[in-house]
Design a protein around this ligand. Sequence first.
Ligand SMILES: Nc1ncnc2c1ncn2[C@@H]1O[C@H](COP(=O)(O)OP(=O)(O)O)[C@@H](O)[C@H]1O
Ligand SMILES: [Mg+2]
Length: 332
Amino acid sequence: MSDNSPVRVLVTGAGGPAGVAVLRSLARRPDVTLLAADMDRYASGLYLVDEGARFLVEPGLADTFVDSLVDLCERERVDVLFSTVDVELPRIAAERKRLDAVGTALAAPSLETLEVCLDKFALARRCADVLPTPRTELLGTTDPGSWDYPVIVKPRRGAGSRGVHQVDDADALRALGADEDILVQAMLPGDEYSVDTLADADGHVVAAVPRSRLRVDSGVSVAGCTVADRELEQTARQVAEAIGLVGVANVQLRRDAEGRAALLEVNPRFPGAMPLTVAAGVDMPSLALDLALGRPLPDSVPFAEVAVVRYLEDVFLDPADVLAEPSGEAGR
Ligand SMILES: Nc1ncnc2c1ncn2[C@@H]1O[C@H](COP(=O)(O)OP(=O)(O)O)[C@@H](O)[C@H]1O
Ligand SMILES: [Mg+2]
C-alpha cells in the first residue's frame, strides 16, 4: 500500500447488523475502498459496496474457510480485514500470521483475548479479583446447597441468550445433572448495560460507551440510549485491562443486589448496535481501522447521551445485480 492509495478494507458478515454497521461507518472515510463478504448472496451489506467488491465466502465453520479467506485477501490486496461473525473470529485470529504474510492486518483482539471471552467460566475467573463479578461455578462440580436462590444457569460457551434460565432451588439445580459445559451463576437482579469499549495497541482504553437497551426484538436492540455513568465506564475499563483488550469489545454489565455494576459477559467483537455509539461521537470502526493500520489513536474520545429507535431499510436492486449462486465446480 503506497501512502496515498486508498486503504482496501474487507468486512465479513456483511448480512448481519454488525457487518452493516462497520460498512456504513467506514463508507464515510474518503481514504477507504470497501469490500464486503458473506456466505449468503442476499446479505444486504454486500450491496452497500461497489459491484466487483462483493464476495461470497464459505460458512465460517467450513474446513477450508480460513484458507479461502486468506486467498481472497491476497487476491484482492486487502490491507485490513474486519470479521463480524462470532464463529469465524477465533479461527481467523488463530491464523493472523498467515494474513500478515499476505499483507492483511486483522482488526480484532488477540486470540488469547477472544478465547477468554468465549469461555464465560474463564472470563469470570479472570475478572473475579479485579471487579464485581458474580459467583460462577461449573454445574458438574458445584455444591447446590451452597447457593442463594434463584441462580442463573447457562452454557459455558453460549450466545444469543440460548440455554439461559433461572433455577429456583437446590433440588431443581441437582436435577440438572453434572454437565461440565454448563455454568451456575449468581443472579444479578439490576439493570443491564452494554459498554462498547475500544483499547489502543498498549491496552489503554480510549473510549467506553455504556448503552442501555430500551427495547429488544428477537435479541436485537431496536431502541437504546447511551448513558454517561462513570462507574459503568470504569468497570468496562477494568474488564478491558483484565482481558488484555486491544481493539473493540462489547462488555455486558448488570447491577448486583447492592447496585454495583458487575460483569455479565464480554462479546469480543463489534455489536449490531454500534451505530448508536458512532452517533454518540465515538466512531469505533474508524478508530479500529486506524489501530489496525498502526496509526496513533487519541488518548480519549468523549461521547454524548443519544437515544435511538431503529427500523429496517429497503435496498432496491436490479435482479441481475444479485450475486449468482456459487457454482458447484468451484468445489464449495
Ligand atoms: N447472572 C445473571 N443474572 C441475571 N441475568 C443474567 C445472568 N446471566 C445471564 N443473564 C441474562 O441472560 C442474558 C444472556 O446471558 P449472557 O451471559 O449475556 O450470554 P449470551 O448473550 O452469550 O447468551 C443476559 O443478557 C441477561 O439478561
Ligand atoms: Mg450476552
